[in-house]
Ligand binder design. Sequence first.
Ligand code: ZN
Length: 135
Amino acid sequence: MELKKIDHIGIAVSDLDSAKRFYTSALGLKVEREETLQGMRIAFIPVGGVNLELIQSDTEEGVIAKFIAKRGEGVHHIAYEVADVSAALDELKAQGVKLVDEVPRAGAHGTEVAFVHPKSSYGVLSELVGRKQGG
Ligand code: ZN
């Protein structure tokens, strides 16, 4: 398994519009696109080839809302680009790494993704991101 680069850094926010204002007005960045995915509003803000992924839950029961209730707003996960998410998961499983996803699931922007449990990666939820075959 080869991690090619940091693909994005996921940041849990309780007010996406307010967070976008900070990153665009104060830091001078631009929102490249926004998506709604599995009950979350997500804004992607590129910085030097890496995206900041601002994430707001639509509901109190969402994973992001729960994360904020427990730990406050802030860095939620770090995502690494890999060539093949399934192969990477097999390698991690073989090493006994605790996973959130045993198989890849659909991510934002036509990607496939899988999460590695924060218990295995020292308190940081890690995400593997790959382009689907032919995608
Ligand atoms: Zn992510």
